[in-house]
Structures are given as structure tokens and as C-alpha cells.
Design a protein around this ligand. Structure first.
Ligand code: CUA
Length: 312
């Protein structure tokens, strides 16, 4: 039953178990409501009644029946659950290295492709139909990874990395979210997973591998001034731009910021206006965010936006 529109074998296992439990619960609930209604009607008080009804104590046959039915149901649910657990979270060989490392931060997702030496944020790409082994870590508090259409939830506990197979059987975009309350902006800790056809994925990854090309005064003087301003501000204490001296990993890697669909973990669509707004008042756009308000002048905001838009 395609209850959550699962697009992977792992998600199918969970969806089918959920659907079965839901139907079974509905049958049990319906049975109880019917039995209760019949009993209420049949044994209702009527005027012709003389005194109290006869009291009955114990009925071995009934007791066996109402013990056996729940035992069978619980045993069935147990068996199906163990099966779904195995199918939704198959073991990975211990020597297999992770294809993707996902690090949860308050309140964004750091994404690394170790083999390709690529770092990005909040915009996870995977090749369609290929099993990807994802290592999940946390940089601060307990978070929880959950992309419902792709599979199970899994806690991300600091100092305790875990691994998970991630697969999408059809190309598309699947949204996920942090599913463990992790502070003020938990609700805006969203993740976008895009399953690309293999060739598209390969070219996306190759584009992400390239370092940023610095703007030149000849083609864009605002961007060049923006780049100078960027490196003189505290931006460089938190953010990396590959191809420059900035390698900090506190905040998202900005090397290809302009190619990402959203800002601040899906808080805003990535448009020049929104980027400007995010730089101007991060504390209003996402209260509690660790991105500081630098109280930039209008002119400096324009220069910074011009520079950041060149990070493609
Ligand atoms: Cu991270 Cu909730």
C-alpha cells in the first residue's frame, strides 16, 4: 500500500508494516465497537425486567479466546516488525566506506562526499537506483535524520556516528527534516534530497568539485569589491570557499552557494533578494540561528550579494 509514496525498498518495508498495523487496528477497533453496541442493546434496562440480572463468574472458553487472539496478534506484529527492521535497515559491510557523510548542525546539514572531496549543505544529491551508504554524525546536540519517502528515521548523536543505506528508485526531489527537537530552529532544519539520473549526478558532482573562480574587476567590479569585503569580515571565521584561503567548517561551505535551491536549510528560496535579506537580518529570518547580524550597510550588502552570486 503506497501510504507514504515510498520510493525505495527500505521505505516500502516501513510503509507496508504501517499500513498493515493501521488496517489491523481498524479491524480490532471496529470489532470492539460492534460487540459493545450489541451488548449495550441486548442487555439494556427494560421495564419488564424484574430486579438485577443474573451475575456470571468465569467462563473458561471465553477467557481462552480473548487471551489467544491478542497473543496471536502480538506474535504476528512482532514477526512482521522484525522483518521490516531487517528490510528497512540492512547491515552494511564494516569495511565499506561511506559514499556520503552527513553532519547535523544547529540548524543545517553539512554534506560531504569524501571520495570526491566535495562539501555542500542542505542539498543532498544521490544517483537514482544506486545504494548509497550514508554516515550520519552530529556536531552539537542530538538530531534525527528523516526523509520519509526514502526510509527510516535515525538519531544523530554527538560522538556516535551511525550508517544508513539511502536509495531512491525514481528520480525526483524528496524532502526531509530533523525529527528530534534540537533547539530554537528545529522546525527550520530541513533537507532536500535530489535523486538524479547517473549522468546528471556525475556532472553535478564534477561541478561541485571545482573550486570557486574568483571574480575579476574587468567582468564584475561589485563582485570583486564584495570578495575583498567578504575576506575582511568575520564571514571567513565560519565559512569555507574552496579555491581561497578560507577553510572554516563552522557554517556551510559556500563554494557553490549560488547553485543551491534554498538558504538556511530550506528557510528561504535562494534568490538574490532573499540572500540579501538573510545577510541583513539572519536573526529575524531565523531567530536563534548562529549566523550573526553584522549590521551591514546597504552598500556592503549589495557588494556581498554580488560576490556570493558568483559562487556557482
Ligand atoms: Cu536538528 Cu531538530
Amino acid at each position: 500500500m503506497p501510504l507514504f509514496h515510498p520510493v525505495s525498498q527500505q521505505a516500502h518495508a516501513i510503509s507496508e508494516l504501517f499500513a498493515f498495523v493501521l488496517v489491523l487496528s481498524a479491524v480490532v477497533f471496529g470489532g470492539i465497537v460492534i460487540a459493545l453496541s450489541v451488548i449495550l442493546w441486548r442487555f439494556r434496562h427494560s421495564r419488564e425486567d424484574a430486579g438485577e440480572p443474573r451475575a456470571v463468574f468465569g467462563d473458561a472458553r471465553l477467557e481462552i479466546v480473548w487471551t489467544a487472539i491478542p497473543v496471536v496478534i502480538v506474535a504476528l506484529l512482532f514477526t512482521l516488525t522484525v522483518g521490516a527492521m531487517g528490510a528497512s535497515d540492512p547491515n552494511a559491510p564494516p569495511d565499506r566506506t561511506a559514499d556520503v557523510v552527513l553532519v547535523a548542525h544547529q540548524w543545517w546539514w553539512e554534506i560531504r562526499y569524501p571520495a570526491a572531496r566535495v562539501a555542500t549543505a542542505n542539498d543532498l544529491h544521490i544517483p537514482v537506483g544506486a545504494k548509497q551508504l550514508v554516515e550520519l554524525q552530529s556536531a552539537d546536540v542530538i538530531h534525527d535524520f528523516w526523509v520519509p519517502r526514502l526510509g527510516r528515521k535515525i538519531d544523530m548523536v554527538p560522538g556516535h556516528p551511525v550508517r544508513l543505506w539511502l536509495t531512491a528508485d525514481s528520480a525526483g526531489t524528496y524532502f526531509g527534516a530533523c525529527a528530534e527537537y534540537c533547539g530554537a530552529e528545529h522546525a527550520w532544519m530541513r533537507l532536500r534530497v535530489t535523486a538524479d539520473p547517473p549522468a546528471t549526478f556525475a556532472s553535478w558532482l564534477a561541478a561541485q568539485q571545482r573550486p570557486a573562480s574568483p571574480p575579476t574587476a574587468a567582468n564584475d567590479s561589485a563582485a570583486t569589491q564584495g570578495a575583498t569585503l567578504y575576506s575582511s569580515l568575520t564571514c571567513v571565521n565560519c565559512h569555507a570557499v574552496q579555491g581561497t584561503a578560507d577553510t572554516a567548517r563552522v557554517g556551510p561551505d559556500l563554494t557553490h552557494l549560488a547553485t543551491r535551491p534554498s538558504l538556511a536549510a530550506e528557510r528561504l528560496p535562494n534568490t538574490p533578494q532573499n540572500l540579501r535579506r538573510w545577510l541583513a537580518e539572519p536573526d529575524v529570518v531565523k531567530p536563534g540561528s548562529h549566523m550573526p547580524n553584522l549590521h551591514l550597510s546597504d552598500r556592503n550588502l549589495d557588494l556581498l550579494v554580488a560576490y556570493l552570486l558568483t559562487l556557482r
